[in-house]
Write a protein that binds this ligand. Structure first.
Ligand SMILES: Cc1cc2nc3c(=O)[nH]c(=O)nc-3n(C[C@H](O)[C@H](O)[C@H](O)COP(=O)(O)O)c2cc1C
Length: 202
């Protein structure tokens, strides 16, 4: 079974990371790290309160035996080492602080360390930076990482598939991120070309 690390850092949209974990768990093992700031934002934005709650509560939320939770301050855990093999890592959402740390090899949280390890081992890394607007510093950090092969996949909405709800948008974001990492999914309606529209344009 494939094995992925998922980091949820303190940017708006932590619910996207929470939803993504559910989708990856359908086919793979997940090693999840959530920062303190992310837990606080999750509570503010969704009402889900996982601050200081026991690990079992989060695992029972997903009803799985494929999920492993790691404290963002635990550098002794397996994902802090390149000798622990994984198929890649997602950071969703990725704060500008975590982005800057990863772009500069500064591993002060377990997410940052695990991302650094993922990079040095040449494994797949996807970041979903969330800020609006981006400064030149943010963009330079993203460009630097993109040039190293990191997938930069911010949660940018699309409208061609006719989203009607937040659920539709979450499915689209998660589906696109899974696509980018080569994980099969049927989370959103794909563009198949619409003959009628094509004719209407002529
Ligand atoms: C409600 C709230 C929303 C935030 N949203 C963002 C955001 O969208 N992007 C961002 O880069 N930082 C955001 N921040 C600031 C980060 O949480 C802060 O920089 C923090 O140090 C990030 O730490 P972490 O990446 O280790 O979780 C937000 C903070 C709060 C309280």
């Amino acid at each position: 079974m494939k094995k992925y690390i998922v980091g949820i850092s303190g940017a708006s949209g932590t619910i996207i990371g929470i939803s993504l974990v559910r989708e990856i768990l359908k086919s793979s093992e997940v090693h999840l790290i959530i920062t303190d700031e992310a837990l606080s934002i999750l509570k503010t934005e969704t009402g889900i309160n996982w601050i200081g709650c026991p690990e079992e509560q989060i695992i029972s939320f997903y009803q799985t035996d494929r999920l492993f939770l790691h404290s963002h301050t635990d550098f002794y855990c397996p994902v802090a080492s390149g000798s622990f093999k994984t198929d890649g890592m997602f950071v969703v959402p990725c704060s500008m602080k975590t982005l800057a740390a990863i772009a500069n090899g500064y591993g002060s949280s377990l997410i940052e360390r695990a991302a650094d390890v993922t990079l040095k081992e040449g494994r797949r890394l996807l970041l979903s930076p969330r800020e609006m607007p981006f400064s030149a510093i943010h963009l330079e950090n993203m460009l630097k990482l993109s040039r190293l092969g990191v997938i930069i996949a911010p949660p940018v909405p699309a409208f061609y598939y006719g989203p009607k709800s937040l659920e539709d948008m979450l499915s689209f974001y998660c589906g696109k991120m899974l696509d980018a990492m080569g994980i099969d999914n049927e989370l959103f309606k794909r563009w198949g070309g619409n003959r009628t529209n094509a004719l209407r344009r002529v």
